[in-house]
Design a protein around this ligand. Structure first.
Ligand code: CAA
Length: 445
């Protein structure tokens, strides 16, 4: 059977950096450790004045294509996943295709283009669409370009402001992929929820605490649904588990919940029984509340055990390295987590070919999706070509007043006009407005 999956990955970060403990926390009169220890964040990425979801996506896609020696004719579809779109009709993928056509020979007239929306899970859904298109044999030997690109801004003063970020992940989905082959098995947890939404408004309406509960509830449902087709999961089955990462503190909770679920009725639960007892079973309790209270106590004990800490340090923590320094990239976030894990494996000399990842995606509103991936032989060469560390180091570190300005630049209701903080070089830039109110783009050598 032909494997289909992720053949190449490229990351493009917004070119500005907001230091959360040292710049943001003092301006908000808050303890820096709320960011570093509580949320698990060091800094956020922001788009410079000349950047937006199109430039970041197009710059990631261009670098990916150049690195892999691809031509426009090799691409049969372009799907953009975003929750920051600025056009209700013309998809962002057409703007990105227009940019690529400025730099590569030929055109993308043969390519099917679209835009996917379901909050942060849309990036994974776009991969899914590409997988199905290839598996159906409709791709004529071509690959799909999936671009997850977002400017994740919250209204100023919203608690979500601490978790902002901006960047794009471009992924090539092909037959016989170099990085990871996707499992046929998938699990879903999907329900009509109003935890985070943008009803025709730029900045989200968020019920932050509830959104965290909904994330965990849908993720758990998705894991159970995945197990119903793929069989029970065990913590040792997976080299890494990249989760959607709105902020690393959220993944800390998801990791603990997942571990508790996976060790139930296993030798790990037996081994831990002497230390912290066995997991409470629902049938042992008179009420749901009593059962939930007992589960919470068990989890509090579980997270202090060496077994859990060791597993978390190996399987979850390495997925968070990039997120800690860029914040939430919405649709790109789980794909940043995967890249972060693979990068960790490459840097520590870990042999990963044939090993499995479990990937947990989530979008508010709300839907979680879980599938497995098998790491392919070409993973290391591909990941070693990422230059994300250089990009992060090159970001311009903004003062708090500059943060307020750049937030206003990207606020559709304000749109103030200031000079860029960085000098564009070798990249697509936003170049003003056309006579039909379209955004225009050019390439700066
Ligand atoms: N030292 C150490 N830790 C501290 C601290 C200090 N001085 N001060 C606070 N903390 C800890 C808190 O205890 C808390 O940790 P726990 O949750 O483990 O208890 C953490 O830091 C955050 O502090 P608060 O809960 O007080 O923070 P907050 O109320 O200001 O906001 C938030 C947190 C609700 C997540 C907010 O940032 C938010 O609304 N974010 C946007 C919504 C979001 O990201 N939701 C996630 C799930 S939805 C999703 O995933 C989709 C998506 O991408 C948006």
């Amino acid at each position: 059977m032909t494997e289909v999956g992720i053949d190449a990955i490229e990351i493009w970060t917004g070119k500005l950096k907001l230091d959360l403990p040292n710049t943001f926390a003092p301006a908000k009169d808050e303890d820096p450790e709320k960011y570093t220890k509580g949320l698990g964040l060091e800094s956020s990425s922001f788009p410079d004045v000349h950047e937006d979801i199109v430039t970041m996506g197009a710059n990631a896609a261009k670098r990916l294509m150049e690195r892999r020696g691809l031509e426009l004719d090799d691409i049969g579809r372009i799907d953009v996943a975003t929750e920051s779109s600025f056009d209700n009709s013309k998809p962002v993928s057409t703007y990105i295709a227009g940019c690529l056509e400025q730099r590569f020979e030929g055109n993308l007239h043969h390519a099917n283009k679209g835009e996917r929306k379901f909050a942060c899970v849309a990036g994974t859904q776009s991969i899914d669409d590409a997988y199905n298109w290839i598996k159906a044999g409709r791709h004529r030997g071509r690959s799909a370009l999936v671009v997850a690109t977002d400017t994740a801004l919250y209204a100023r003063g919203d608690p979500g402001e601490a978790t902002q970020g901006a960047g794009a992940v471009a992924m090539l989905i092909s037959e016989d992929p170099d990085v990871a082959a996707l499992s046929t098995e998938q699990g879903y947890g999907s329900a009509d929820e109003t935890d985070f939404l943008k009803p025709n408004q730029q900045f989200p309406s968020v019920d932050g605490k509830r959104s965290m509960q909904v994330y965990l509830a849908r993720m758990r449902e998705a894991l159970e649904d995945f197990e119903s087709v793929a069989g029970d999961t065990h913590p040792d089955d997976f080299a890494y588990i990249p989760f959607h990462t709105p902020f690393p503190g959220m993944v800390r909770r998801a990791g603990l919940l997942g571990y508790r679920h996976m060790i139930r009725d296993t030798e790990i639960e037996d081994e831990l029984a002497g230390e912290i007892g066995r997991q409470p079973r629902e049938e042992e309790f008179d009420s749901w509340e009593a059962y939930e209270g007992a589960i919470r106590e068990y989890m509090d004990d579980l997270k202090e055990t060496d077994a859990y800490r060791d597993w978390y340090g190996r399987v979850i923590d390495p997925t968070l390295t990039i997120a800690r320094n860029v914040g939430n990239w919405y649709t790109g976030s789980v794909h940043v987590a995967r890249a972060s894990a693979l990068k960790n494996a490459a840097e520590t000399g870990r042999k990963l070919s044939g090993e499995k990842l479990l990937v947990g995606s989530y979008g508010s509103g709300a839907q979680a999706e879980i599938h497995a991936e098998t790491v392919q032989d070409g993973w290391k060469d591909e990941i070693s070509d990422l230059n994300v560390d250089e990009q992060l180091a090159r970001r311009h570190d903004i003062e708090y007043e500059e943060y307020e300005e750049i937030h206003d630049v990207h606020n559709h209701d304000k749109g103030i006009d200031i000079d860029s903080f960085t000098q564009p070089s070798g990249e697509f830039v936003f170049d003003g407005w056309g006579d039909m109110n379209q955004r225009k783009y050019s390439y700066v050598e």
